[in-house]
Design a protein around this ligand. Structure first.
Ligand code: BGC
Length: 768
């Protein structure tokens, strides 16, 4: 039993087994993946699951804070690794306790409680001289006060006693890419270290580029199980960039001491004086105590789960994976900050520098639109706030309107580096930002869907319309006229499938660009009819007149979409590439490169990295008849390797839509287990945000078939896999929480607040 490893207090705190993700063996080679997998976030900061006690050789401790970016020697502005407040070092007779410190490790277990957002760990260490010690821990980042984090450590010497020495440390020497010399960057300068007026340890640092200050404070409380103070002495010290509180205590054999490390992390992003903010937070935390803070933290998660839980009866492993993905998704974005977004690897790792991609709008945002509209609003506001920068970005690249960056951090500048280095040191020119422009349409589509789902017309009228019109203006300027064919086309562009770059007339990009322009025209017409005054104002403000509208209309009519029916060529010349369809799959049922194409230039062969035409049909279902969707799914699925974790969930949903569910469940597994099974092999770099969102969509929009019909009503077309007995989830439908229950035979929708007849909400269509 999992809980048998822990003392009574921790046992009672732990949720039921179904909510626990467990690591039972200690293999150092898996440390880095588990540090991401068991990473915690609280809407403000993310903390990897490194071991506070140290001692393990493979580790990348990190604390990332939303909006704390820095470039310095890096290729781009990246989320800076901020001082490590986790460390609590422990010594007996000067010998350190650490999991790999030459001691025998037994009964190791680490448990992530996804219901409560708590990380537990327990193990015993035996020294060469036979001294045996049990160590148990819990860690949480408070959701109730997101400046706070805490670690509780229980220490029990099982067969000896004596004087124990400890260091409560805050380490300001941290770097990004600590285990990768070529990329290693120190993003912060340490400004000040002190004892926080005798209350703990404090370290003030600042980002090197913009001088944004970060305060990190940590205090300890040391008690026995009866709550009696066990501290013998305490003394503050500074070692270079390490703030340290030394303390010691006597422990008798089998006596347990409880050490609470209470931390506060505040930045100048929202605090005038980070020292005062840390001091106040630590004083209040000490006064309140870990338990009360934890109780308030648990209340927040309880409420969040009541909005976002997804119950799947009949499929235990998938149930756990769904909840894991939801847990990490809902833990990351800020509920009250519209200047930050969701990085492609959440707040759990360094890959992609914490940047937002199209992953946000098309994979992550739908989850928030349906469950936490207030968080969704922050995510769309983020893009609105950076609209001016997107306009600058368009101008700099010779276009009009607004062009969103492929990778976005805090300033809205393009953060995708033009040059980068391979692990072997070779520099190469990276063309992604130059050619992969479809993110601009994704931003608009994401925003439009936000408004459609939440009904937030106010956002659309005040802000969304600006995004819509400026992005349309960009696309108009991005097209060029082809005299020979009398159509408008996009040359030199990269679609979602990055293995073919750049190409001419990528069907995905051309269609999405046309959708963006058409939607802008539709909205303008709508405003002109419904509110001429507002319409006139808007036109004046954005310099839009009848001539321009006519120009856009004419252009749109002549856009070369590459195809609307039958098999659509991904881009001009795709059908001429050397081709062999996929005929081998690995042990996880995922496709392998056909033998005859191995080692060939990816630009020259037909194999795709990820969904492209299939992605297009997923996003714009009304533009293509079902037969066209089926033909294209059938064709491109045989040529897609899913080397991006964005691809499987789209194939799951598209397979279900076109009535080809053969592989849908395999795709769902691939997406849902991407980090739990580390099936892309890169979980050490962070948690895959897009596949977490895609997994949720696969179940809710795919298997449960939830959608909004043309007339704006909620509709369902469920088709559950045989083994699923029941799916239950909740949505926020325009301010009202609806509980939805789908079984093999039935579908039930009930409102928590009002008793409105069910059929006012939905239609069920069981015919395929
Ligand atoms: C994918 C992109 C994605 C990015 C970040 C890349 O590997 O090809 O589509 O946006 O990862 O997740």
């Amino acid at each position: 039993m999992i809980r048998d490893h822990f003392n009574k207090e921790l046992r009672e705190l732990m949720s039921d087994d179904e909510w626990l993700i467990v690591r039972e063996d200690y293999n150092p080679d898996q440390n880095l993946a588990y540090e991401s997998l068991f990473g915690l976030a609280n809407g403000r900061m993310g903390n990897r699951a490194a071991f506070a006690e140290g001692g393990n050789k493979k580790t990348l401790p990190a604390n990332y804070i939303h909006g704390v970016f820095d470039k310095s020697e890096a290729f781009m502005r990246e989320l800076a690794n901020t001082p490590n407040w986790l460390e609590l070092k422990m010594y007996f007779l000067r010998e350190p306790f650490g999991i790999e410190d030459n001691q025998e490790l037994n009964d190791f277990i680490s448990v992530l409680d996804i219901k409560k957002g708590i990380l537990f760990r327990s193990y015993t260490l035996t020294t060469q001289s036979g001294r045996k010690t049990k160590i148990e821990k819990l860690k949480f980042l408070s959701r109730s006060n997101s400046y706070l984090g805490a670690v509780r450590t229980y220490i029990t010497p099982l067969n000896y006693g004596g004087l124990f020495e400890f260091e409560n440390r805050i380490d300001g020497t941290v770097t990004n890419f600590a285990d990768f010399p070529r990329f290693r960057v120190k993003h912060l300068n340490t400004l000040e270290i002190n004892d926080l007026e005798g209350k703990g340890a404090f370290l003030k640092s600042e980002t090197r580029d913009l001088g944004l200050q970060i305060g990190t404070a940590a205090a300890v409380e040391v008690k026995n199980l009866k709550g009696e103070d066990r501290l013998k002495s305490k003394q503050f010290r500074a070692f270079g960039e390490i703030a340290c509180e030394f303390f010691d205590l006597e422990l008798a054999e089998n006596e347990t001491v409880v050490i609470d490390k209470l931390a506060a992390v505040c930045t100048e992003r929202d605090q005038e004086d980070v020292y005062q903010a840390c001091l106040k937070n630590i004083e209040e935390f000490k006064e309140k105590g870990l338990e009360r803070e934890l109780a308030e933290h648990l209340e927040v998660y309880k409420k969040m789960w009541s909005q976002a839980d997804l119950i799947l009866e009949g499929d235990k492993k998938m149930q756990q994976a769904l909840r894991y993905n939801i847990f990490q998704l809902m833990s990351t974005p800020s509920p009250d900050d519209n200047q930050t977004n969701v990085g492609a690897k959440l707040l759990h790792g360094e890959e992609y520098g914490g940047h937002a991609f199209w992953d946000t709008e098309l994979f992550v945002l739908p989850f928030f639109n349906w469950t936490f509209p207030e968080i969704a609003e922050n995510l769309v506001e983020y893009r609105y706030n950076l609209l001016d920068k997107a306009k600058e970005n368009a101008r700099e690249n010779g276009y009009q309107g607004a062009k969103y960056p492929w990778e976005s951090a805090d300033t809205g500048e393009e953060e995708c580096p033009a040059w980068t280095i391979e692990p072997d040191g070779t520099c190469y020119r990276c063309y992604v930002a130059d050619y992969e422009h479809h993110v601009t349409a994704a931003v608009t589509l994401g925003m439009a869907n936000y408004v459609k789902i939440t009904g937030d017309q106010k956002f659309m009228n005040k802000k969304g319309i600006h995004i819509l019109l400026e992005t349309a203006r960009f696309w108009v300027s991005r097209f060029s006229y082809n005299q020979e064919h009398d159509y408008y086309e996009i040359l030199k562009v990269t679609g979602p499938d990055e293995w073919h770059e750049p190409v001419d007339n990528n069907a995905y990009t051309n269609h999405l660009a046309k959708w963006n322009i058409d939607f802008a025209l539709e909205k303008l017409k709508e405003y002109e009819d419904s509110d001429p005054e507002f319409y006139n104002q808007l036109c004046q403000e954005l310099e839009i007149d009848r001539n321009l509208i006519e120009e856009w209309e004419k252009l749109s009519e002549k856009i070369y979409t590459v195809g609307e029916q039958g098999l659509i060529e991904q881009f001009e010349g795709y059908f001429d590439l050397e081709c062999e369809v996929i005929n081998q799959w690995d042990e996880n049922k995922m496709p392998l490169m056909p033998e005859s194409l191995k080692g060939k230039d990816k630009n020259e062969i037909c194999i795709l990295k990820q969904a492209d035409v299939v992605m297009l049909m997923f996003l714009l279902p009304d533009k293509f008849d079902l037969e066209t969707q089926r033909i294209n799914f059938n064709y491109y699925e045989k040529r897609t390797l899913h080397r991006s974790s964005l691809s499987p969930s789209i194939h799951c949903m598209m397979g279900l839509r076109v009535g080809d569910s053969r592989r849908a469940y395999d795709y769902l597994e691939r997406s849902a287990y991407v980090d739990l099974d580390n099936n892309q092999g890169n979980t050490r770099e962070g948690i895959h945000a897009a596949s977490a969102g895609g997994t949720w969509q696969s179940v809710v929009l795919g298997y449960c078939g939830m959608k909004i019909d043309q007339d704006g009503t909620l509709a369902f077309e469920p088709s559950l896999p045989d083994k699923w007995e029941r799916v239950k989830y909740s949505i926020n439908w325009k301010g009202e929480i609806l509980d939805i229950e789908v079984t093999q035979q039935d579908l039930k929708v009930s409102s928590r607040e009002k008793s409105v007849a069910e059929d006012m909400y939905y239609k069920v269509n069981s015919e395929k």
